[in-house]
Design a protein around this ligand. Structure first.
Ligand code: ZN
Length: 146
């Protein structure tokens, strides 16, 4: 287990622009505001989407693309450091015109139609919360020193 006691910092509420890449835009906000740990939530709509699914046996992501307008029912994610840069890890649930839901690991290629976000900063103290390669999963996870 890896855990850190964190304390709340700033809260940023905002709106992304139509045409933004959702993941890049959220990452840029963190970089611009020097947010190195935190939580992100958002709702809105996208013009197209791309989400990942991690194949645990193969240790690789497979991606699904949706080339249609979808609602963002829920986006939840966290912010930590990867290679010393703010890194957003977010999962998204989307809904089509008929009410069907889809979702997954938010990937580049998801384009904003409208999006309202809330970012909660956390202070971690000392070295921060860092992602490092984890041999047991093949993923970049919060470090535990083994
Ligand atoms: Zn994920």
């Amino acid at each position: 287990m890896v855990e850190k006691i964190v304390t709340p910092g700033r809260v940023i509420m905002g709106r992304l622009k139509k045409g933004d890449d959702l993941l890049s835009a959220l990452t840029e906000i963190c970089v611009k505001n020097s947010i190195t740990a935190g939580e992100v939530r958002a709702i809105g709509a996208v013009t197209k989407a791309r989400v990942g699914y991690y194949k645990q046996q193969k240790r690789e992501y497979t991606y699904i693309s949706f080339a249609e307008p979808l609602e963002i029912i829920s986006l939840v994610g966290n912010i930590s450091l990867k290679d010393k840069e703010p890194f957003v890890h977010a999962h998204i649930t989307l809904m089509d015109e008929e009410g069907h839901s889809y979702g997954g690991h938010l990937a580049p290629g998801t384009e904003v139609f409208a999006c309202e976000y809330i970012i909660q900063e956390y202070h971690t103290g000392d070295q921060g919360l860092n992602r490092v390669y984890n041999e047991k999963t093949g993923l970049a996870l919060w470090e535990d020193g083994k």
